[in-house]
Design a protein around this ligand. Structure first.
Ligand SMILES: C[S@@+](CC[C@H](N)C(=O)[O-])C[C@H]1O[C@@H](n2cnc3c(N)ncnc32)[C@H](O)[C@@H]1O
Length: 397
């Protein structure tokens, strides 16, 4: 679920959240560890990155030589096109340039490129960045920026949250390599899940437990709990990196216990002491409420939490679908609930039809805590959280 700040940012279309240098360094190190030449001879494009502020630009400029980059391009979005603008001041770096332009500084995007040693100090780094104003406002959807996208090899950024779907589609349509930040919830989007299912996109190494801390000039709008006045950062939950660059964690199999051992020794009360794992009422699959409870010796289909993707290894598991309408052709739902009705835990009908829970992962029973659905025959079912359907890649027997 998005936290309060994410909902507020989305509603207000605030996209001004900046990524910390250490988070970028940690993530990119994982790809370099797997393949030290991953960036060698490549053009890296940072399309939502004001080079004067963005740590992505700083990081890649500082490491230009070490990574063996061919070219670094970083573009920014004009302040007058942003949803959120407040107290904008061009930097001294910009105003001191002979071609500084009072009108363009607010209406045009900027482009910074790095290709060679400009200063003559025999090093290629931040000091060698060249910049000029873009023709347009730097919108990633403009032809001007699309051209830069097309000439690049790898696109890396934290894109505007409010345009995540469009941004991903913009990358996928040209089949580029990418490393971008997004929200875990995006996995369930109809246009996103097929990429995950077909191993065209996967999770990067991630933020610690999905918690990410960004800086924003509008932090104080968000209040206590999410804004930390000491660090000046705001906290987001469920944040992850999406990529199609390979990394080592993807190839490490999850260590798992057998089903019998899980039922005997699991640390989770939902599993320990039960006779068997629950089966869904409407899918031919078992419910596995925690990733670490996936049995090592079950060959059928299993429904697992979305966070499983942080541990997913394509050699160990096959992804078959998600309990989202239109995303589980390989695991069809076997039952509809149109003749059921919804009831609150206190027994009061909500007025909603059971059709509402069609294609959710539903279990027979009532935990007494959540709304349930029932029919004329008195069958009672409840849905659990959204699940991804998986199967062991190789027979476990
Ligand atoms: C989440 S912020 C991240 C900024 C930077 N990439 C970073 O990680 O520090 C997204 C940035 O994209 C910019 N932006 C918003 N809409 C855009 C668009 N249509 N095209 C390009 N950039 C856009 C926002 O102004 C914002 O600065």
């Amino acid at each position: 679920m998005p936290n309060a700040i994410q909902t507020k940012a989305k509603n207000a279309k605030n996209d001004e959240f900046y990524t910390q240098y250490a988070d970028i360094e940690k993530e990119i190190s994982a790809y370099l560890e797997f393949d030290p030449d991953v960036f060698r001879g490549k053009t890296v494009f940072l399309p939502c990155d004001d080079p004067e502020w963005s740590n992505f630009t700083k990081y890649f400029a500082q490491n230009f030589e070490k990574f063996g980059l061919k070219k670094l391009i970083s573009t920014s979005y004009a302040v007058n096109s942003k949803n959120y603008k407040d107290g904008y001041q061009p930097t001294l770096f910009e105003t001191s340039a002979p071609y500084f332009d009072k009108v363009k500084t607010v209406n045009n995007g900027k482009i910074f490129t790095l290709t060679h040693d400009k200063t003559g100090d025999h090093k290629v780094n931040v000091d060698d960045l060249e910049w000029h104003y873009l023709e347009g406002d730097g919108d990633f959807r403009s032809n001007e920026i699309k051209k830069l996208r097309d000439e690049s090899d790898i696109i890396i950024t934290n894109p505007p949250f409010s345009l995540f779907r469009e941004f991903l589609a913009w990358i996928i349509e040209v089949e580029k390599q990418f490393v971008i930040i997004g929200n875990m919830n995006a996995i369930a989007y109809k246009e996103v899940f097929p990429l995950i299912e077909n191993d065209k996109m996967w999770m990067g190494n991630g933020f610690n437990a999905g918690n990410a801390y960004f800086s924003t000039p509008f932090a104080k709008d968000y209040g206590e709990g999410v804004y930390n006045p000491e660090t000046g950062l705001v906290k987001f939950r469920n944040v992850c990196w999406f990529t199609n660059l390979d990394h080592g964690r993807r190839h490490q199999p999850l260590p798992l216990m057998t089903m019998a051992d899980n039922l005997k020794f699991s640390k989770h009360k939902e599993i320990k002491g039960k006779k068997s794992y629950d089966s869904y009422d409407n899918y031919d699959a078992i419910e596995v409420p925690y990733t670490d409870s996936i049995p090592s010796d079950y060959d059928g289909v299993m429904g697992v939490p979305i966070s499983f993707l942080n541990k997913y290894s394509p050699e160990q598991f096959e992804i078959l679908g998600i309990t989202q309408r239109g995303c589980h052709d390989k695991v069809p739902d076997t039952k509809k609930y149109d003749d059921y009705w919804e009831v609150q835990p206190n027994g009061k009908k909500t007025g909603s039809s059971g059709g509402k829970t069609n294609e959710n992962p539903n279990l027979v029973g009532n935990d007494g805590k959540k709304n349930y659905f029932t029919n004329k025959e008195g069958v009672v079912i409840q849905s659990v959280y959204q699940r991804i359907f998986i199967r062991h890649r190789k027979s476990t027997k």
